[in-house]
Design a binder for this molecule. Structure first.
Ligand code: SF4
Length: 335
């Protein structure tokens, strides 16, 4: 990708390739419902919901909340979508622009379409033992990857996912240096591996903040914490992580999804809605059922969370992420 973007030729698109790209996008515009087989279907990028959120999502009586958001977040979401769109257009130009330097090329399906997004979408049904009861649970996973690549060197296939980060160059690099690819993204490519039978993936992160056009290391008008160049080189705005998806990773995900699917089926036949736990409050920030969740949480559940919050407040956990998440959830919960 660096070789491509460094090339002056990357400023121009080939008309024939571009037309084919947009025609493929057009052909796939529109809503495609899942088969009506009564099975719970997990989207590959939505396999890390909290148990309660998953039950709400699959309950027809509970509608997602559509309230106004902070405007910049809307712009940020659009920016992320637009970037993936143009990266895919760039990727299909790699072979033409780079020739033998293009080690990875976007795979092409039997029908001639590029193997990404809706054209690549597949839904696969699984039957897997519940981790506690051992009973078989049936569910489906659907996936539409940002791409599937052919690795030119040995002819193998690899899944491609592209993630944009708006936290800034230093924050993105610091986090990736410390922890590598994010857990939920590894979970996503594991789900995709189960659907497509491809056991390798590339997760690529792009920072929407770019380094200064010229070296800013010696600039006195840029504070130390804001410098975007180091030792004569720009800080990376693109980071790629290779993931080999093992049988263990696939089995762990299938067990967790079997457990969650069983919760949804139980609830459909009158079972209890799962409780809010300390761990689940880590997911509240992006949950579309927050108001409903807070309105329907039981007094007993609130009391448990309050006890956990008080214990954290007087321990070394005070002020840490887990503590803040529980405290935030408890705000506005009627007792
Ligand atoms: S608000 Fe939080 S705890 Fe409640 S369903 Fe959503 S993610 Fe789960």
């Amino acid at each position: 990708m660096d070789a491509y973007y460094a090339s002056p030729a990357s400023s121009f698109y080939d008309d024939k390739l571009s037309r084919k790209f947009y025609e493929q996008k057009l052909r796939h515009l529109g809503y495609k419902p899942y088969p009506n087989d009564g099975l719970i279907t997990f989207g590959a990028s939505g396999t890390n919901l909290c148990d309660r959120q998953l039950v709400f999502k699959n309950d027809r009586a509970t509608k997602p909340e559509k309230s106004d958001d902070l405007p910049f977040r809307g712009r940020q979401r659009r920016q992320g979508t637009a970037i993936v769109d143009y990266v895919q257009l760039d990727l299909i130009h790699m072979l033409k622009r780079l020739g033998p330097l293009a080690s990875f090329t976007m795979a092409v399906r039997d029908n001639g379409e590029w193997d990404f997004e809706e054209a690549a979408q597949e839904r696969r049904v699984f039957e897997w033992p519940h981790p506690e009861t051992g009973e078989l649970v049936k569910f489906a996973i659907t996936a539409k990857p940002d791409g599937k690549f052919d690795y030119v060197v040995d002819g193998s296939r690899i899944i491609f996912e592209y993630k944009t980060k708006a936290s800034g160059l230093r924050a993105m690099n610091g986090k990736l240096d410390y922890k590598g690819a994010q857990d939920e993204h590894v979970r996503q490519v594991t789900a995709e591996s189960l659907v497509f039978g491809i056991d390798e993936a590339l997760i690529v992160y792009e920072s929407t903040q770019k380094p200064a056009w010229f070296d800013d290391a010696a600039s006195t008008s840029v504070t130390k914490g804001q410098k975007t160049w180091e030792d004569g080189a720009p800080r990376p705005d693109l980071r790629a992580f290779y993931v080999e998806i093992t049988e263990e990773m696939k089995h762990a995900l299938l067990s967790d999804l079997a457990r969650q699917a069983a919760l949804v089926y139980e609830q459909r036949t009158g079972g209890e809605v799962p409780e809010v736990t300390v761990d689940s409050t880590d997911k509240c920030g992006f949950c579309q059922f927050t108001d409903h969740c807070k309105r329907t949480v039981t007094d007993g559940n609130v009391a448990k969370l309050q006890r956990a919050e008080s214990a954290m407040a007087t321990s070394s956990m005070a002020g840490k992420k887990e503590h803040c998440n529980v405290a935030k959830f408890l705000e506005g919960v009627a007792v």
